[in-house]
Design a protein. Structure first.
Length: 420
């Protein structure tokens, strides 16, 4: 693992704060540390003719150490967080790598025995505003850091969050580098071009900064609206609107409406031109939840987002994003909470998505695709194994005239331990 000069300096500064006595009391007493153990088995079988490999199959152990300080006393409080990540290969092999669990050798393509990262974040707090500088894992509509494999995707940058006015949440910042989920190297950012998005970028180009800003306002316990802006320098600019409304019906019944709209345009090195609309309606009653989603892509390209991140789309799921050029897709989903049967911690989810109307260009037939996902998880609620979780995720994807046909299984064992 590589520790940057910045990280070393910040750790030394942290030591000085810890030795500062009463002035640093909150810095220590309000801190917390957790260690998460994540054991991950991944199997993806490729079913289409001419697939570059028969399957991607790997097994790995991850260690995620998160240390968070409180803040020093005073008008401006100072704190520091640290993130230590380590991934260890348990099983892989020639022709089976590329699952996203493990870092691959750039020459042979085979999985390395281990990889990791040490990240440090300085933070300042004044009133209800917080500024963070260093390692970040943003979870915003404009940029969603991915955490769907062994280790999470991280960024280097600065993020300001302000909650000075009741109900109003403001975010702004700049990201400079990204470390992908199966990497230990920070690098410049690029644009997702997978699938049939018709997105093209100038060869060899990358971006050294992504700017973001946004605000959300909670009008009441039932209604929240938001606007977010994101710009990957040299690639695209994006404006997004979101409305979430919760409508309580009879006792134990509620209807949630989630509406999303994004407008993306190119910025020099790409041809991005997209309008994306999504709507998700979720009806909950007792232990049951039924969901129905609709998503439509319009413009010369599909949806634009930073390579490796998640997309803030209602039909972004386990495998697909259903965000190809001119694609229209819908989703049906069902969730059940087994706490109603006296089994708290046990949950079940299944969904089916179908997309069509995909413009493949050059006189080719319209593309179609569908995906079926099942997710079963259990977290131990008490006793010596409290917080031990096991989750099985299964997915089947089929498409016509483009993309991969695949069957996938993920088995994840996790355990979170509070250090203090």
């Amino acid at each position: 693992m590589h520790r940057s000069p910045f990280a070393r300096s910040l750790l030394l500064a942290t030591g000085g704060l810890a030795a500062a006595g009463p002035a640093a009391a909150d810095f220590l007493s309000d801190g917390k540390g957790t260690l998460e153990l994540r054991n991950f088995y991944f199997n993806r079988d490729f079913r289409q003719d001419g697939a570059p490999q028969a399957k991607a199959e790997e097994w790995a152990q991850g260690f995620l150490l998160r240390l968070e300080s409180g803040y020093t006393e005073g008008t401006i409080g100072v704190g520091v967080d640290a993130l230590g990540l380590l991934g260890v290969k348990l099983d892989s092999g020639a022709g089976r790598s590329g699952s996203g669990l493990l870092k691959r050798d750039r020459e042979t393509g085979e999985a390395q025995d281990e990889y990791g990262e040490l990240g440090v974040t300085a933070k300042l707090r004044a009133s209800k505003s917080t500024l963070k500088v260093g390692t970040l894992q943003p979870k915003l509509p404009s940029v969603l850091a991915n955490d769907s494999r062994l280790l999470p995707q991280t960024f280097q940058g600065v993020h300001l969050n302000s909650r000075e006015l009741d109900g109003l949440n403001l975010d702004a910042g700049r990201l400079r580098r990204v470390n992908q989920r199966d990497s230990s190297d920070y690098e410049e950012m690029t644009l997702t071009t997978l699938g049939a998005k018709n997105i093209s970028v100038r060869s060899g180009t990358s971006s050294d900064h992504f700017d973001f800003a946004g605000l959300s306002y909670q009008w009441s316990d039932r209604l929240t609206t938001a606007y977010h802006y994101g710009a990957l320098d040299g690639f695209y600019r994006q404006h997004s609107l979101n409305l979430v409304h919760l409508w309580p019906l009879a006792e134990g019944h509620a209807l949630k409406t989630d509406l999303r709209y994004s407008d993306s345009s190119h910025d020099g090195s790409s041809n991005v031109d997209n309008r994306a609309f999504g709507a998700m309606f979720t009806y909950s009653f007792g232990a049951h939840t039924l969901g129905a989603g609709y998503q439509a892509m319009r413009g010369d390209t599909g949806f634009a987002y930073i390579n490796g991140t998640d997309a803030a789309l209602v039909n972004f799921v386990q495998i697909g994003d259903f965000a190809n050029k001119d694609e229209t897709s819908w989703q049906l989903r069902y969730d059940y909470d087994f706490a109603a049967l006296g089994l708290p911690g046990l949950s079940f989810m299944t969904r089916y998505l179908s997309g069509d109307g995909i413009d493949l260009g050059a006189g080719r037939p319209e593309g179609k695709e569908w995906e079926r996902d099942t997710d079963i998880g259990y977290v131990v609620q008490s006793g010596p194994l409290k917080n031990l979780g096991i989750r099985w995720r299964n997915a089947t994807v089929r498409s016509s005239h483009f993309g991969n046909d695949l069957d996938e299984n993920r088995l994840i064992l996790s355990y979170s331990l509070a250090l203090w």
